[in-house]
Write a protein that binds this ligand. Structure first.
Ligand code: MLT
Length: 306
């Protein structure tokens, strides 16, 4: 009979996802002597990891919330779920781009702020709506920095919407290059992307080389109408430089998935509460993918995606 594994789940791991696994598990947040830990966004850097733990699974693509190096030194592999939430993130990037192109947030705020009877509201709408005229996406250029699982899906969707796509990725693999549509024009540098795009979307992990990748110098190269989208990681964009860049009309708007005090209430900024992977489907996919990898490792010693 298959062994029943003791798995500790930290924060929002999809129980529904885990219940679909064909493996015997005891899961819970307060399990004693767990053999594996499954985690979503909880910061594990200051956590004491019990000696019983043999593997950790991150239900998402990034592993910034886990002390990977420290775990490797203890011989504990950290598994992630690359691609499992890519469609969810892609959909939110497209939503963010449309939301910005059609001025949906300021238009909504305008309507929310109206006062008076219905006749007066209609009059105010008639005179106010001219402030929210937008732009359409066909023939606009979307610059994509990072052409992995998410960047590739965003490229496909943008092409289907009639956009031109300019992509940059320093580490593109043969497999990823093969997957990408020939309609993606390959840029030679980040500078080439920021200079030539109407919308710029970031799909790189947060590493020392990507920290503040979008900074004051690169913002100066942008089109004054450029919209920057960051559904990747906080820290890749210098928030203060973006606020200053919008004020100086060097760029138009910033849509991101990470609130910060520097961004709160600033003109041209829409910050969301890290919703990129927050769909039922993505949560289930991630939970299943990491649980399968952790159990495969515990049971058979196999290592995938660590
Ligand atoms: C990811 O790294 O894929 C996301 O941060 C996942 C999440 O929102 O939990």
């Amino acid at each position: 009979m298959a062994k029943n594994y003791k798995i500790q789940t930290l924060n929002a791991i999809s129980k529904l996802g885990l219940s679909r696994l064909p493996i015997s598990y005891t899961v819970g947040s307060d399990i004693a002597e767990p053999e594996g830990i499954l985690v979503r966004s909880q910061n594990m850097h200051e956590m004491a990891i019990p000696a019983s733990v043999r593997a950790i699974g991150r239900a998402g693509a990034g592993t910034n919330n886990i002390p990977v190096k420290k775990m490797s030194e203890r011989g504990i592999p950290v598994f992630n779920a690359p691609g499992a939430n890519a469609n969810a993130v892609k959909e939110l990037v497209i939503a963010g781009m449309l939301m910005s192109a059609r001025n949906l947030v300021p238009a909504f705020k305008f309507v929310e702020g109206l006062e008076g009877d219905d006749e007066s509201l209609h009059k105010q709408v008639e005179s106010g709506k001219k402030n929210f005229a937008g732009t359409e996406l066909p023939n606009r250029t979307l610059g994509i920095i990072g052409l992995g699982a998410i960047g590739g899906l965003v490229a496909d969707a943008a092409i289907k919407l009639g956009m031109n796509v300019l992509g940059y990725d320093p580490d593109i693999t043969v497999e990823a290059a093969w997957r990408l549509s020939s309609q993606v024009k390959k840029a030679a540098s980040v500078e080439e992307v920021v200079k030539n795009s109407d919308f710029i979307t970031l799909h790189v992990p947060l590493l020392e080389v990507t920290r503040n990748m979008i900074n004051a110098e690169r913002i100066k190269l942008m089109r004054p109408s450029a919209v920057l989208l960051n559904f990747s990681r906080e820290g890749i964009v210098d928030d203060a430089a973006v606020v200053a860049g919008i004020a100086a009309k060097q760029m138009h708007a910033y849509v991101c998935d990470f609130p910060s005090n520097a961004l709160k209430g600033q003109a041209g900024v829409v910050a969301l509460p890290h919703l990129g992977a927050s769909t039922q489907e993505a949560e289930e996919n991630c939970a299943i993918m990491v649980a399968e990898q952790v159990s495969d490792y515990l049971e058979n010693g196999n290592i995938l995606n660590s």
